[in-house]
Ligand binder design. Structure first.
Ligand code: F6P
Length: 524
């Protein structure tokens, strides 16, 4: 497939960009005071306001023409019907199927019954833990869950539990992701093994960090409770059932999911078990319902009114027409702090690619750097760079309309800052002093959730999943593989024996760095 940059639809967009170039965002607002309503779209109850983007109704028309020329409508259908979209690994992407009830056929089999079965197992198990019916080896009910996993096997549940903290009325969940003993030690500090359930989440059940942490948890449990306790205290969420039973778990302790569910798309699968235990399966189902509502709209809304599609198309416009290389995620909700790292993985691991799905090299830029932080603390830190740095970032503000705490005054001020920041980034200021001038004209989108609940969190995550897919489709890349992460893992396997003192052959730069580390260790 030819790249999108050579298409007439893209050339028309570049001509349009040049025509808009002389106009500042503030001028676009003066030209069309009704652009706020015209450029705000709803998806599953979330309002997505694009009115501070460098776009007009004409831009949307041209972007939609681009989407059509790149086969976005057909790609959306493929996503929802179990077609192979992960061509490198010959797999479908089944995360929408996990939260939907539409028929999806994979290898000639309707996968709905197995998805329903898995969800029912999650319900009965999470209910049993929450109700104290599934007990520890000494008959105590579980008060804590130690959730072990990394990347997509950690970020989603962690985000969901933190975001929905107000509804987290089950056992307290602590997370261990890093291969840093301090993280493990911190997580178990104050925990009573008799009352701790360990959940190992790993799609592959081979990830080094997770398997070493799982072993540490196992030893911690056995030291306190003996080998027999494992069957009561350790649960796995994985697509590799065999590896988890070989590890020593009875099959009934294993909650599986399909290979077609990617790690960064797995919060809806058994990987969500810690979430279901923390907030209850009914609320977990609400998370699914919100995502499903966003799926339905993504699948059926006309492209020019389709919030998720437009989020993706405007991402392409900002990256490739306006040349913006970095994108800040700015949730104005403390409980959404983890959203930044969640979206960082979702976007950068999916679309941080330099070749097309067919392996040909790309001659244009793809995924921008995703970073950010919660407002308002970010305003007292990196927003300076957003307002006056030499490079321009695009930003997504994520705002919650209903107060998230008891005191009204906090929320009023929070909202005032969220609105003020996007206005300031748009208008800038010419103060007469070079040090105080802000250039403005920085593009932003604001997503407004009516409230921070499971339903709208689910919808929000699904909207971003679809944004990523739309961008990947226009760019012609495979959003569902991540081969780039392998090289470092392989080199680490070669370096580890040297760290342990073996005389193995190493790159001189790595040998040098190990020497520096050794000397520093001996210096104290
Ligand atoms: O290293 C990348 C990665 O494979 C991610 O895609 C994934 O979310 C994470 O590691 C964890 O993988 P697993 O769930 O197989 O342990």
């Amino acid at each position: 497939m030819a790249t999108f940059t050579s298409s007439p639809a893209w050339q028309a967009l570049l001509t349009h960009r040049d025509a808009l170039a002389g106009k500042r965002l503030a001028q676009l607002w003066r030209d069309d005071p009704a652009r706020g309503a015209a450029l705000t779209f709803d998806c599953a109850g979330i309002a997505v306001d694009f009115s501070k983007q460098r776009i007009t109704a004409e831009t949307i028309g041209l972007l939609v023409a681009l989407a059509r020329s790149r086969g976005v409508p057909a790609a959306i259908e493929k996503l929802f019907t179990g077609a192979i979209v992960n061509t490198a690994e010959n797999r479908p992407a089944l995360h929408p199927a996990l939260r939907g009830d539409e028929q999806v056929v994979v290898d000639g089999e309707d996968i709905r019954p197995s998805i329903r079965r898995n969800r029912e197992r999650m319900r009965s198990f999470s209910d049993a833990v929450r109700d104290g019916l599934w007990k520890g080896a000494t008959g105590e009910r579980f008060t804590h869950v130690l959730a072990i996993g990394i990347g997509g096997s950690s970020l989603g549940p962690r985000l969901a539990i933190e975001a929905l903290r107000a509804d987290a009325d089950g056992p307290e969940v602590r997370f261990v992701a890093n291969i840093d003993a301090a993280e493990f030690d911190d997580a178990i500090t104050g925990l009573d093994p008799r009352r701790t359930l360990v959940i190992i989440a790993s799609k592959t059940f081979t990830t080094q960090e997770t398997m070493v942490n799982a072993l540490a948890a196992r030893e911690w449990l056995i030291a306190a409770l003996g080998e027999e306790a494992i069957a009561k205290h350790v649960i796995a969420a994985t697509a590799n059932v065999e590896a988890s039973t070989n590890w020593g778990l009875p099959e009934c302790n294993v909650f599986d999911f399909a290979e077609g569910v990617g790690g960064r798309y797995s919060v809806w699968s058994a990987v969500g078990l810690p979430t279901a235990i923390a907030i209850g399966m009914n609320r977990f189902e609400q998370l699914m319902s919100g995502a499903h509502a966003a799926d339905l709209e993504f699948r059926s809304d006309p492209l020019d009114h389709n919030a998720a599609v437009l989020l993706g198309l405007i991402g392409v416009w900002n990256r490739n027409a306006l040349g913006i290389a970095t994108h800040a995620m700015l949730p104005y909700a403390s409980r959404l702090e983890r959203l930044v790292s969640y979206l960082q993985q979702l976007e950068m691991e999916s679309n941080g690619k330099r070749v097309a799905a067919d392996g040909t090299a790309l001659d244009f830029s793809t995924e921008p750097v995703i970073w950010g932080g919660v407002g308002t603390p970010g305003q007292h830190a990196f927003h300076q760079w957003l307002h006056q740095g030499t490079d321009a970032a695009s930003c997504d503000f994520i705002v919650v309309a209903q107060p998230m705490g008891a005191t009204k005054v906090h929320h009023e001020i929070l909202i005032s800052h969220a609105c003020a920041q996007s206005e300031a980034l748009m208008t800038g200021v010419a103060s007469g002093s070079a040090h105080k001038d802000c250039p403005g004209d920085r593009v932003t989108t604001t997503l407004v959730l009516p409230r921070l609940d499971a339903y709208h969190l689910g919808a929000l995550l699904a909207i971003y999943e679809h944004k990523v897919y739309v961008e990947a489709t226009v760019w012609g890349i495979n959003a569902f593989d991540q081969f780039g992460v392998e090289l470092g893992k392989n080199i680490a396997n070669q370096v580890l024996p040297a760290v342990r003192g073996a005389g193995v052959e190493l790159h001189p730069a790595t040998r040098h760095l190990l020497d520096v580390i050794r000397k520093q260790r001996e210096a104290v």
